[in-house]
Design a protein around this ligand. Structure first.
Ligand code: NI
Length: 157
């Protein structure tokens, strides 16, 4: 395993739409192991592959001490609403308020390609929505209360 470099806003590579994973091979396993190590080394709750410069639909998360790996995740149901603070390893010290669903059901695959579904609330729902946004080139500052000001200040001029 090795730590990888986390891309920081306003790096344009964070804005790419990531591709679906079709090969569940050794390269994917290695990437996921590296992402796990990189996330923990940076005290993150989640990390998406595009954040380490690999534009594929894969993410890792740690919610309440439980580790998750989601490949090709899709939100198949979202309900309720929660409003809370969020941060991101690609944004740095800026935290801000974002509205998210309070409960979501996700369809995904594991590192071997097996399909599964998972339903979660609270932090799980917040985190998985944040990470899936990364796969579509979306950052929390695109949705947060003061994100516009942040982008004006620190974005590419
Ligand atoms: Ni993030």
């Amino acid at each position: 395993m090795a730590k990888r470099k986390v891309l920081k806003f306003p790096d344009e590579r964070l804005r790419r739409i990531s591709k679906k994973v079709t090969e569940f091979d050794e390269e994917l396993a290695e990437l996921l192991d590296d992402m796990r190590e990189t996330m923990y080394a940076n005290d993150g709750m989640g990390l998406a592959a595009p954040q380490v410069g690999v534009p594929i639909r894969a993410l890792v998360m740690d919610v309440g001490g439980n580790f998750f790996e989601l490949i090709n995740p899709e939100i198949i149901n979202a309900e309720g609403e929660q409003v809370d603070e969020e941060g991101c390893l690609s944004v740095g010290k800026f935290n801000d308020i974002v509205k998210r669903p309070s409960k979501v059901t996700i369809k995904a695959q594991d590192r071997l390609g097996y399909h599964y579904e998972i339903t979660g609330e609270k932090y799980f729902a917040r985190c998985v929505c944040h990470e899936i946004d990364h796969l579509d080139g979306i950052l929390f500052i695109d949705k947060s209360e003061h994100g516009k000001e942040f982008k004006e200040k620190f974005g590419k001029k």
